[in-house]
Write a protein that binds this ligand. Structure first.
Ligand code: SAH
Length: 421
């Protein structure tokens, strides 16, 4: 196991694991939720806490009968005041405890690396709460790991957590990413920066990794998410299987994940549309990386930088038609108040996608808005298609892949519909 001494001075200078344990009591409904395994405790549910607390303190919750209920990481900067590490049985949270959680997460993903499968060394190794490590995401891109934190509570624990991670998943490099709230409020970051390489050689360009035998690049320092939308791997493979001989349109393509799969699936042409010019440049490089695959080489790729809604309406007006249309927009609803407008946007997109879909073609539409339920999303898309006069004949509705487990309601966000119309 790499020791703290192997980690750079930026990390060994971090104040070591805080021995402080706060004692908390909570309202009865929160007690029930914790007992049922919910990983979050909101500040409004706390009735007693025996100190001020700093990010990363352990918070130990006791029930009405003064018995141990849960232990978690305290974060006074967030309304999610405690993220639970363990419930039911008391535990010493140390390097061995973290290593055991990382080990469980790694074995859950073992199927991705089975020797009879096409190579995949880019996947989510740790999916936060749903892998028992709340507020911590770890993505693997070949020999680079990217750890993304959603709470400063992890920072004082990093000198213990990272060696435990590297013992389970050895890597050449480890990049730290911080969520927006942490970047805005740097007081608790102990000098760490978003995009900082905590371990290993500097990056002089994107990292190249494999997904189902295809090569992709990811920019773990500046890219969206941790550099790639790893969550769509299974849906991309389904698109590959449906693309043969078709003209494919991939809207909100980012760096062309769906596009390259469609090309390998035998699409005659692929048109990728995204607002971001750097993402589209990445998309073209991803095609270049896969020129060794005959079908990718044979497919003509048309990159379009522009607003999806505008491009779709121009294509419809010009009479352009495609045999398969992928619509994978960014999150439309950040809050409950935005759910209605998100559903309206999904409806509009469905109809705009159908306007450029040839008769009998396949529509693939995804939603990554956690606030929008799967039921509301699928119903909205189906109703929109019916109103448009192109009722859908469903092929499949999909949710989370094995490396993106979603073990509680708030963590489930991805849904994707495959249908013909
Ligand atoms: N399908 C992609 C992920 C899409 S993420 C994949 O599998 O990798 C959403 C993408 O939508 C981002 O790349 C973002 O740049 C793009 N985007 C956001 N608003 C847009 C708009 N109005 N028109 C076109 N693209 C947009």
């Amino acid at each position: 196991m790499p020791s703290t001494a192997d980690l750079p001075s930026s990390l060994s200078a971090i104040v070591p694991l805080s021995p402080r344990r706060l004692r908390l009591r909570v309202v009865p409904p929160a007690e029930r939720q914790l007992r049922d395994g919910h990983p979050w405790l909101y500040d409004s549910s706390i009735t007693e806490v025996d100190g001020e607390g700093v990010p990363g303190d352990f918070a130990v919750v006791f029930d009405r009968k003064n018995r141990f209920l849960s232990i978690g990481l305290f974060d006074p900067t967030s309304p999610i005041r405690v993220r639970m590490l363990q419930t039911g049985k008391p535990a010493t949270i140390d390097g061995a405890w973290f290593a055991s959680r990382f080990g469980e997460a790694a074995s859950l993903r073992a199927a991705l690396s089975e020797p009879d499968r096409p190579a995949t060394d880019g996947y989510r190794l740790v999916n936060g709460e749903s892998d028992g490590l709340p507020g911590l995401i770890v993505d693997r891109y070949a020999d680079t790991l990217v750890a993304k934190l959603y709470t400063p509570a992890w920072i004082p624990h990093l000198p213990v957590v990272l060696p435990a991670l590297l013992a389970v998943q050895p890597a050449r490099r480890l990049v730290l990413r911080l969520n927006r709230a942490m970047v805005r409020e740097p007081a608790h970051l102990q000098g760490l920066r978003d995009g900082q390489i905590l371990f290993g050689p500097p990056l002089d360009g994107p990292v190249v990794f494999s997904e189902n035998g295809l090569l992709f690049e990811a920019d773990p320092v500046a890219g969206q998410k941790t550099g790639f939308f790893l969550d769509q791997r299974d849906n991309r493979a389904k698109v590959e299987a449906l693309s043969r001989g078709r003209e494919v349109l991939n809207v909100f393509s980012y760096t062309g994940g769906f596009s390259v799969y469609a090309a390998r699936g035998g699409a005659r042409s692929v048109t990728s549309v995204d607002l971001s010019a750097p993402a589209m440049a990445g998309c073209e490089r991803n095609f270049t990386l896969n020129m060794g695959v005959p079908r990718v080489r044979a497919c003509s790729h048309h990159p379009v930088v522009g607003d999806a809604f505008q491009v779709l309406s121009e294509m419809a007006r010009a009479g352009r038609r495609f045999g398969l249309v992928v619509l994978d927009p960014p999150m439309f609803a950040q809050s409950k108040a935005q759910v209605e407008s998100a559903l309206q946007a999904y409806k509009r997109l469905t109809q705009m996608g159908l306007a450029v879909l040839e008769s009998g073609g396949t529509l693939v539409q995804a939603s990554c808005s956690a606030r929008v339920s799967a039921e509301d999303f699928f119903t909205t898309v189906e109703d929109a298609a019916r109103q448009f006069g192109r009722p859908l004949s469903e092929i499949q509705c999909t949710a989370h892949a094995i490396d993106h487990p979603a073990r509680f309601l708030e963590s489930s966000y991805l849904k994707c519909l495959f249908a013909t119309a």
